[in-house]
Design a protein around this ligand. Structure first.
Ligand code: FES
Length: 99
């Protein structure tokens, strides 16, 4: 559904929920994850409904993830080598399927 524009930076390794994904250095993290086929960034606290980036400009918080242990909006982060990214709000004890 999404693909990178030509001229993107060199691909670097980023850890996303324990798995390596290759993203272009310097690109927007939310855009890079979408281009890598990742469509669920977090789950809502009450129902566990999956959420994904919406505004891509820091207003909606739908892209909330943890980067290096800190909650941030993925659309406000630039990809750099070695980032450790986790989905926010995943509740394994509630039986949510990992997407
Ligand atoms: S997509 Fe809306 S804040 Fe990131």
């Amino acid at each position: 559904m999404f693909e990178r524009l030509e001229g993107a930076g060199a691909l670097v390794s980023v850890n996303f929920d324990g798995e390596e994904v290759r993203l272009a250095e310097g690109e927007n993290l939310a855009a890079g994850l979408l281009a890598a086929g990742i469509g669920v960034f977090r789950r809502t606290p009450l129902s566990g409904a999956p959420r994904a980036p919406y505004c891509m400009m820091g207003a909606c918080f739908e892209c909330l993830v943890e980067v290096d242990g800190v909650s941030v909006q993925a659309c406000m982060v630039t990809v750099r080598p070695g980032l450790v990214v986790r989905r926010a709000g995943f509740r394994a004890e509630a039986g949510h399927a990992k997407l």
